[in-house]
Design a protein around this ligand. Structure first.
Ligand code: ARG
Length: 568
């Protein structure tokens, strides 16, 4: 959605400087303190083209800006040009937009007719859905919602790790130690034990490695027995993954794991060969990337077994052909950044001019300060499912204390417990490592999911107590001129910009930050002013503001992939 105030600034500056309005818009910042203004234009970027010192540019531009409408004042401060927005305009326009558009407020249409493919979650079959896959799952899901809000068609793809040499090892292990036939009622726990055991065994007896490779060859050749056992592993794993996806309420437009590309690799290998990109090295076929300071991209192993990277390359070609995407986002751990740099470099060598549309949206590590707690560890691994259950259990205890008479308490404990995990994951810049501390994650007064949900529920309850129709009509916005109310409106007005920013930077934290800020200013307003009073006009104006707060909090939570209970 276009923010009319930002637009006004961008157009005026563009007019005065000849810099395209888009570029001006991208430069605008929010000053660190409200006394300094509502928006700031740093003039450094203009210094080159205008051949003047930034502070001079700021001073000269200030004189050229027209005030009186949406912009009430312009003030040069050093190298910055600070803009003050007209409160009357801001309040009336922002609140009107929210009352009018409701849940649609903040959405945009820049993506209409364009497709974004998001490769996210992608756990590995026959292995636990661990917390390391939590981040990809919740960041990917939030981006999916955010891009959708901007009008894009989003294809969320679950690129399951369902192919590779590890299955051959499992088959081998089952043949050694399994009882009877391998069937789909086997648990991931059991598969994991087998996997760990065969690994230890292989260390002692390296000749087993050869046996495992033989099984992988059989699997790749479509051997009936091998394929049947593999299929059982896939089925058994997906049953467990599905439980996690249901708890998180996350779905995909396409579940196409690595195995899906099995028959699509020969074409890619042929293309590489045709373009003269493949060389032989110790029996393997590689793409040499030395010129880019990277190890070679291995396309085919010396025993002709295919690899993770080759499947990714086939997936890239398939996705381009199928979706003609505007963007393809890989929401994957920072540990794989070399892999993606190699992959994208190979694309460039293959003369795929859409290479720039592919982005590795990387994120840092997640760990628990208490090591996960004994109750969420099985062996050495933390199962995500156990973490979610623990969050729900702890929330249940907190709610039993806080609000024992709450109807529908069980569902709310789930919404809040799981929401707490999602919010904590999204709340810091994604590239940063994060350390979960249960007390912090679930603190109802900290910068947490429960705090935002609780604030939302609080304003729902105010609205329940208001007798009139919602949203109120005939609002006199002039009555909302107290500082606390104005701060709330300023925050609400930034919601559309933050959605845009979250999309542009692949950064859901842009939304969490605004949510927390909105809660803080909203609560400040609420503590300073009585919403429901004997004065009908004042009540209507304040209820309109509360309605707007509630609407934006609910929209923000939905974008993050969280529930917004109306009572807590
Ligand atoms: N399954 C992989 C893992 O857990 C991640 C897959 C990422 N997506 C991709 N297209 N490579 O490490």
């Amino acid at each position: 959605m276009i923010n009319p105030f930002v637009e006004e600034i961008a157009l005026q500056v563009s007019h005065a400087t000849n810099m395209p309005a888009d570029e001006v818009r991208a430069l605008l910042e929010t000053p660190p303190r409200p006394e300094m203004g509502d928006r700031a234009l740093p003039c450094f970027a203009l210094a080159k083209t205008l051949r003047k010192a930034p502070h001079l540019i700021a001073r000269e531009l200030a004189a050229q800006m027209a005030t009186g409408g949406r912009i009430s004042e312009v003030r040069p401060t050093g190298p910055y040009l600070n803009f003050f927005l007209s409160k009357t305009h801001l309040i009336a326009e922002t609140l009107w937009a929210i009352l009018d558009q409701g849940a649609e407020y903040g959405r945009g249409d820049e993506g209409v007719g364009k497709t974004v493919v998001i490769d996210f979650s992608h756990p590995n079959i026959a292995k636990p859905f661990g917390i390391h896959h939590l981040r990809s799952t919740v960041i990917g899901n939030a981006l999916r919602n955010i891009y959708r809000a901007l009008g894009y068609k989003v294809v969320g793809v679950n690129h399951l790790g369902d192919w590779g040499a590890q299955f051959a090892k499992l088959i081998l292990a089952w043949n050694y130690w399994g009882e009877g036939e391998l069937t789909a009622d086997i648990t991931i726990q059991k598969l994991l034990e087998l996997y760990v055991r065969i690994h230890e065994e292989i260390e002692d007896k390296p000749e087993l490695e050869r046996e495992a490779r033989a099984w992988f060859r059989r699997l790749e050749a479509g051997d009936e027995e091998a394929v049947r056992m593999w299929r059982v592993c896939v089925e058994a794993s997906f049953k467990e993954f599905d439980r996690v996806y249901k708890m998180l309420d996350i779905g995909f437009e396409s579940i196409a794991g690595e195995s899906f590309y099995q028959d699509k690799m020969p074409a890619v290998l042929a293309q590489l060969r045709e373009q003269g990109l493949l060389t032989q090295s110790e029996g393997a076929s590689i793409v040499d990337l030395e010129a880019w300071d990277m190890p070679p991209f291995i396309a085919l192993r010396s025993d002709d077994a295919t690899l993770y990277g080759t499947r990714d390359l086939a997936a890239l070609m398939y996705r381009w052909k199928t979706y003609r995407f505007e963007k393809l986002l890989y929401v994957v751990d920072v540990a794989q950044s070399l892999h993606f740099r190699q992959l994208f470099q190979v694309l460039e060598l293959m003369k795929c001019d859409w290479r720039e549309k592919c982005v590795h949206v990387q994120f840092g590590r997640l760990r628990f300060k208490d090591g996960g707690g004994a109750s969420t560890r099985r062996g050495n691994v933390i199962f995500l499912e156990d973490v979610l259950h623990r969050a729900i259990e702890l929330t249940r205890q907190i709610m039993a204390d806080k609000n024992p008479d709450l109807p529908n308490r069980e569902q709310i404990a789930r919404d809040v417990g799981i929401g707490a995990i999602i919010f904590a994951d999204l709340d810091s810049k994604r590239v940063r490592d994060i350390a979960f501390d249960w007390d912090e994650v679930l603190n109802f007064n900290g910068e947490t999911g429960p705090y935002v949900q609780y604030t939302h529920a609080r304003y729902c309850s105010v609205l329940r107590r208001y007798a009139g129709p919602l949203p109120p009509r005939d609002v006199n916005f002039e009555l909302l001129n107290e500082t606390e109310a104005v701060e709330v409106v300023k925050c609400l007005a930034r919601f559309p910009d933050q959605i845009q920013k979250a999309a542009d930077e692949y950064e859901p934290a842009a939304i969490t930050a605004l949510m927390v800020e909105l809660c803080v200013v909203a609560n400040r307003f609420y503590n300073a002013h009585q919403v429901l009073s004997g004065r009908a006009d004042l009540t209507a104006a304040r209820v309109a503001l509360v309605y707007a707060i509630k609407t934006v909090l609910a929209s923000g939570l939905a974008l993050l992939g969280m529930k917004a209970p109306e009572q807590m």
